[in-house]
Design a protein around this ligand. Structure first.
Ligand code: PMP
Length: 356
């Protein structure tokens, strides 16, 4: 294949690479450790629903049943929601709906790569506002940049991946007031913060669109289910470029069952939040290590030395964390998904042994 056949904007892109995973404890992708099928009622309801399941029929284009359940969960109307194959697909749709070549997308950094990559694919580019020391967002810098550039889209990941930092809803409202254009708030991890969602502002601000996903707190990453919440016209605009049958029938069948069992899942969420606090308190005590406060299901950690050795020592104990290599923004960093005490105790013993 000739490189010049490729769309010019992606000629330098590297394909998304996931190395084969051999470790037992995979805590590198912020997944939830819990299997929803271990809730007997979930399994029973799924099996019952399968009795009338028709895989030969196309799924509902707007995932009507799921939309209703999600609308109820979010406290909005079904027409305020559009669903798809995970938050990733919804980001692609959102950017594809609004960005023209040459447009600017404003985002804080470091954050989730998909916004910038998606913008660049479309020939748009990112203006980045660097975090303050300690990876907390530069609120003044962000507001000043919104006013100065009036970008086509401002993106706020809240709480932020990979830093865990949570911005108050009041700050996001300031951004909404300052912005002439779209404000996109990615709340993929909001269930772990349990406050500061801006979903309740969608009726007040027609330029606001919020991303949520079932991949994290709802332990549903493998089923791929994400959704955007916004004003009805915003949702209708995004629907223009959506593939007609984007969300498969099995996910449409299974996801509402899981959402209806949210109370069981929120107990697991509460355990993860408690475990995050314990892991944080233990990591803070280790010399040569910095850990950042987090409102998510993961912790960002930096080490003064032995970065690669620690990664290997963790692997030897069957633990895979996310390692940032050659990263100017996140030097000597790891991102660790919080799961259970036994995994974290092994992880802590490795950090202690290597750094003490
Ligand atoms: N937003 C953020 C900030 C994320 O970290 C992720 C997952 N890594 C996503 C969106 C997309 O998640 P999914 O496609 O599984 O819904």
């Amino acid at each position: 294949m000739k490189t010049e056949w490729l769309r010019k904007t992606i000629q330098d892109f590297e394909p998304y690479f996931v190395a084969p995973i051999a470790e037992k404890h995979v805590i590198n992708a912020n997944e939830n450790y819990f299997n929803v099928l271990s809730i007997p009622a979930v399994k029973k309801e799924l099996l019952e629903a399968l009795d009338s399941f028709q895989p030969q029929i196309y799924p509902k284009p707007m995932a009507d049943g799921l939309r209703e359940v999600l609308a109820d969960y979010m406290g909005v109307r079904p027409e305020n929601i559009i669903c798809g194959n995970g938050g990733d697909e919804m980001i692609t749709y959102l950017l594809g709906t609004f960005l023209n070549p040459g447009d600017k997308l404003l985002v804080h950094t470091p954050t989730f790569d998909m916004y910038e990559l998606g913008a660049e694919t479309l020939g748009a580019s990112a203006i980045k506002v660097k975090d303050l020391a300690g990876y907390r967002r530069d609120r003044e810098g962000l507001l000043a940049a919104v006013k100065k550039y009036q970008p086509k889209m401002t993106v706020i990941c809240n709480p932020n991946n990979p830093t865990g930092d949570l911005l108050p809803a009041s700050f996001i409202e300031e951004v909404l007031k300052a912005a002439d254009n779209i404000v996109f708030v990615d709340e993929a991890y909001m269930e772990f913060a349990q406050k500061e969602s801006v979903v309740s502002l969608i009726n007040k601000y027609p330029n606001l669109v919020v991303l949520r996903t079932l991949s994290k707190a709802f332990a549903f990453a493998g089923m791929r289910c994400g959704y955007l919440v916004g004003d009805k016209e915003m949702i209708e605009a995004i629907a223009k470029i959506k593939a007609p049958y984007n969300l498969n029938a099995f996910t449409q069948l299974f996801a509402p069952i899981v959402v209806r069992h949210k109370e069981e899942l929120f107990k697991i969420r509460d355990d993860i939040v408690k475990e995050r606090a314990r892991l944080y308190d233990e990591l803070v005590k280790i010399p040569g290590l910095t850990v950042y406060p987090s409102c998510t299901n993961f912790l960002l950690v930096q080490v003064e030395r032995k970065h690669e050795e620690i990664f290997k020592a963790l692997k030897a104990k069957d633990i895979l964390v996310k390692i940032y290599r050659n990263s100017a923004e996140l030097p000597n960093a790891f991102r660790i998904s919080v799961t259970t005490k036994d995994v974290d105790d092994t992880l802590l013993s490795v950090f202690r042994e290597e750094l003490q």
